[in-house]
Write a protein that binds this ligand. Structure first.
Ligand SMILES: [Cu+2]
Length: 508
């Protein structure tokens, strides 16, 4: 699989590259015009001598897009729902006509959708019937440490663990996924991810599209070999783009508005999504919930693990026509198509997007500032350190508000290797973006966030409050190859003391 360039790259940049050469993984975001290609034409290989046989069966729009089933609770009490999920290998049809073995939650790829209500506890009993250790993290969840799915809180093969989610936060498109120490990238890639849709009375009262017009889209890349094998390889060798577990599917819609909950569940790459005709759509929510006000976009960029909810009005298209969602960040060796919407019928549409969506909480006023350097060379690190589950990198006190300045500065770049974007994620809290390179956030990034893209050369500042749950948590890059190689730190939230500790100036 490795060609000469890859081997040279791997030898140059050391540890993180031992499993995956990082070269093309580090391409900065780019926008390019993509010409139409006939559906039967395989994409051209990226470079001579790099024939990619798996592309021969990457024919787009061969299958209908499924919607992951909503999991039914095994029991319900006055204040909670209880679910049981088994993690096990299963066989699925990702590419039409081929069977692929995946690691699945509840036999589903992606996992079944969990629907939760604010203030009602969700209890999930997870059993590991795989032959690798796992943990389960609720991404974006405001979760006590014991249920956070920390990297070393492993469920060994044959074991089980109960996770309790209080749902003490506003409505949001969250997701659950694996977080096992040094294994999360492969476990998530192989299928351990699913949507967790939290609603609340305010969100439910809005006249947004709902029911069958409220659709999660879990988007990711993959590599399926000609015999159906799902190969775990670097992201620039993943020519297949999956939506809800099917390769470049089609989806029948009515000529009306839809609420689309767009997830980037690709372990290692960002996506830039636009409609082939350049049509505008409306972003209504970011990672942690509704924006204050809707914002119009013609392209949506999501880094690894980011989500955005958008409303798309398909009434602009005549019944019988189609529109394709494309990824303008596709590599030159890949097809840009992601998903084709087929407008198949008319429908009544009482929905609308209100001009005011939510009242956001005030931006936290920080008493502590910290600084982080997301490093790519000689290895993926934060402030020069590799994650050590036994070493707290930061201690803070419950209730403390902080500003984190996070740099992705290109330094010590080996010749011929691009710098990586990083995807910064903190557990426990939703944060606010204060600025990116000194500029205020765009409207789509001005709401509640748990994951933020930091492109090479950039600096972002975020603010958060470490509230409600003391204990051990982590922050990390959500390009999971990076976190699996140690681009992660540990923060211990200590029980509140009568007096605030003195401000600290370093994240080390
Ligand atoms: Cu990273």
């Amino acid at each position: 699989m490795l060609n000469r360039r890859h081997i040279l790259t791997a030898a140059t940049i050391g540890g993180a590259a031992a499993l995956f050469p990082l070269g093309r993984m580090m391409d900065p975001p780019k926008t390019r015009h993509v010409p139409e290609a006939p559906p039967e034409a395989p994409a051209a290989p990226a470079h001579a001598g790099d024939e990619d046989r798996s592309l021969a069966h990457a024919v787009p729009f061969a299958q209908a897009m499924p919607i992951p089933p909503v999991l039914r609770p095994t029991s319900t009490s006055a204040s909670s729902e209880v679910y049981r999920i088994q993690m096990a290998e299963t066989r699925v049809e990702i590419v039409k006509g081929l069977q692929s073995t995946v690691r699945a939650y509840g036999g589903c790829f992606p996992g079944p959708t969990i629907r939760a209500l604010r203030g009602r506890e969700v209890v999930i009993q997870q059993t590991n019937a795989l032959d690798v250790p796992t943990t389960v993290h609720l991404h974006g969840g405001h979760t006590p440490s014991l249920s956070d799915g920390l990297p070393m809180d492993l469920i060994q093969p044959g074991g089980s663990r109960e996770y309790r989610y209080p749902n003490n936060q506003v409505a949001a498109s969250l997701w659950y996924h694996d977080h096992a120490h040094e294994l999360e990238a492969e476990n998530v890639y192989r299928g351990l991810h699913g949507a967790y849709l939290l609603s609340d009375p305010h969100e439910s009262s809005l006249p947004l599209p709902n029911g069958e017009f409220d659709i999660p889209l879990l988007i990711r890349d993959a590599r399926i070999e000609a015999d159906g094998t799902l190969s775990y390889v670097s992201p620039y060798e993943c020519p297949h783009m999956l939506v809800n577990g099917k390769e470049r599917p089609h989806f029948a819609v009515a000529a009306r508005k839809y609420r689309l909950r767009v997830y980037n569940v690709a372990p290692n790459r960002h996506l830039s999504l636009r409609f082939a005709d350049g049509a505008h759509f409306t972003q209504i929510a970011s990672d942690g919930g509704l924006l204050a006000a809707p914002t119009a976009l013609d392209e949506l960029t999501l880094t690894g693990a980011e989500r955005a909810e958008i409303v798309v009005d398909f009434s602009r298209y005549p019944v019988g026509t189609s529109v394709v969602l494309e990824n303008t960040a596709a590599l030159d060796s890949e097809r840009p198509e992601v998903l084709r919407f087929d407008i198949t019928r008319k429908a009544e549409d009482p929905s609308r997007v209100p001009s005011v969506l939510a009242t956001l909480p005030p931006v936290p006023k920080a008493t502590v500032e910290r600084e982080f350097f997301m490093e790519t060379f000689p290895d993926t690190r934060i402030n020069g350190r590799k994650y050590d589950p036994d070493r707290p990198d930061i201690e803070t006190a419950l209730g403390t508000s902080e500003i984190w300045t996070i740099h992705n500065w290109p330094n010590r770049r080996p010749a011929g290797v691009f710098h990586a974007p990083h995807s910064f994620h903190t557990h426990l809290v939703q944060f606010r973006l204060l600025d990116r390179d000194g500029r205020p956030p765009s409207p789509g990034e001005a709401g509640l966030k748990d994951t933020i893209a930091i492109y090479p050369g950039q600096t972002v500042r975020i603010a958060m409050t470490w509230n409600d749950y003391p204990g051990e948590y982590v922050y990390h890059c959500h390009h999971l190859v990076h976190s699996s190689h140690g681009q992660m730190g540990r923060i211990d939230v200590l029980p509140a003391e009568p007096k605030q500790p003195a401000a600290r100036q370093s994240g080390k």
